[in-house]
Design a binder for this molecule. Structure first.
Ligand code: KIV
Ligand code: ZN
Length: 390
């Protein structure tokens, strides 16, 4: 075990404003990016990847202003493996109290073929660009894009070069969401064991969700020694998205018994930032999304509602308040039972006799068969009918 992997603290690197914004149609305005960066900083995100400064004037300005306004978080910008990108990135992030340059190149056979570089030529490019970045900034992250489809020998070789050239964080991207949990862990473990100098750097995991395994793959990588998780709010990101911040953070909190790693995230701020990111990106959150979906803390069926009214631990493994939600909701529908109806009636201020509740329950079920959800006004109307008809 290396010094880095012995630590139980996992850094949260949020890339909502870079990889998340790369999602087709998710472009945010300058002010929206500033607002999201402020929320990320306030909630305890360790590193904010604020954008890709060479991509446009707008992105440059956003990264620069986020850097100037940053309070606690490290501010990172992305740069391809060339001096022009790296210089532009540095011009934007150098205003931060804690700046980071993140430079990357595709190392798998498919990606090496695009610039048509031999393995040796690419290795030289990595050496030169990481050295250049490190001469500008003391905090340099390097990523071999498509690492999970790169030959292991070559991956070890180029990571060693990047570390010797001054990289302080080595990120292992599963760019196309191809890996699976056991393989994700084996890869990180192998790199930490084999690459000379690995003990002096932080290994990061950057997973995409093409097969729905991004969260599992990221957590497996942490168990194998990764100490930085790259993620986005709501899992926003290219194609099927990235590892969702709220999922990894809550998984580490709720299952700390088996994954004893800490983050600095104030989880009570999760729901607010989730809603803001959904609004500004125009990507609504699916109802059954883990942690932040509308139904994540809602129960309609009679058995579940009855259980929840007696003891919330029967059907909830975390408290809604811990993620910034006021409370559990028990929407009434055709699957609901008498206990939830009685609780709702009491909440609405009706103290009904047993025979009245029975009558209303029958009519409530008839109504619920016709409607998806029965609302407070529907229930008030049922009580009024009951009073009139007796
Ligand atoms: O998915 C990926 O490979 C990336 C890199 C730029 C780190 O986003
Ligand atoms: Zn990515």
């Amino acid at each position: 075990m290396t010094d880095m992997t012995k630590q139980d603290h996992v850094l949260i690197f949020d890339t909502t404003l870079r990889d998340g914004e790369q999602s087709p149609g998710a472009t945010m305005t300058h002010d929206e990016k500033l607002e999201i960066a402020e929320l990320l900083d306030e909630m305890g995100v360790d590193i904010i990847e604020a954008g890709f400064p060479i991509a446009s004037e707008g992105d440059f300005e956003a990264v620069k202003q986020i850097s100037e306004r940053s309070k606690n978080s490290t501010i990172c910008g992305l740069a391809r493996a060339n001096f022009k990108d790296i210089d532009r990135c540095w011009e934007a992030v150098k205003h931060a109290a804690k700046p980071r340059i993140h430079t990357f190149i595709g190392t798998s056979p498919l990606h090496r073929a695009i610039p048509d570089l031999s393995m040796d030529e690419m290795a030289e490019k990595i050496h030169d660009t990481v050295t250049h970045a490190r001469n500008l900034c003391g905090d340099v992250q390097w990523s071999p894009m498509d690492a999970t489809r790169t030959e292991h020998d070559y991956l070890c070789r180029v990571i060693e070069i990047a570390i010797k050239a001054g990289a302080t964080t080595i990120n292992i991207p599963d760019t196309v969401g191809y890996t699976a949990p056991r393989e994700s862990a084996d890869l990180i473990r192998m790199l930490i064991e084999k690459v000379p100098g690995a003990e002096d750097v932080i290994f990061a995991t950057h997973c995409h969700n093409d097969l729905g395994m991004a969260t599992a793959n990221a957590l497996a990588a942490v168990e194998a020694g990764a100490r930085q998780i790259e993620c986005t709010v709501n899992g926003l990101g290219e194609r099927a998205g990235n590892t969702a911040l709220e999922e990894v953070v809550m998984a580490l909190k709720v299952r700390n018994d088996i994954m004893p790693y800490q983050t600095r995230i104030d989880t009570t701020k999760i729901m607010h930032i989730s809603r803001r990111v959904a609004t500004v990106s125009g990507f609504p959150v699916q109802f059954n999304k883990a942690i932040v979906g509308k139904n994540a803390f809602a129960h309609e069926s009679g058995i579940h509602q009855d259980g929840m009214l007696k003891n919330s631990e029967t059907f909830e493994i975390m408290r809604p308040e811990d993620v910034g939600i006021a409370g559990t909701s028990l929407p009434l529908g055709k699957h609901s039972g008498r206990a939830a109806l009685r609780a709702k009636m009491n909440e609405l201020g009706f103290d009904l006799a047993a025979n009245q509740l029975n009558d209303i329950f029958v009519r409530f079920k008839e109504l619920a068969d016709r409607k998806k959800e029965v609302f407070d006004d529907d229930l008030i109307a049922l009580v009024q009918d009951e009073v009139v008809q007796g």
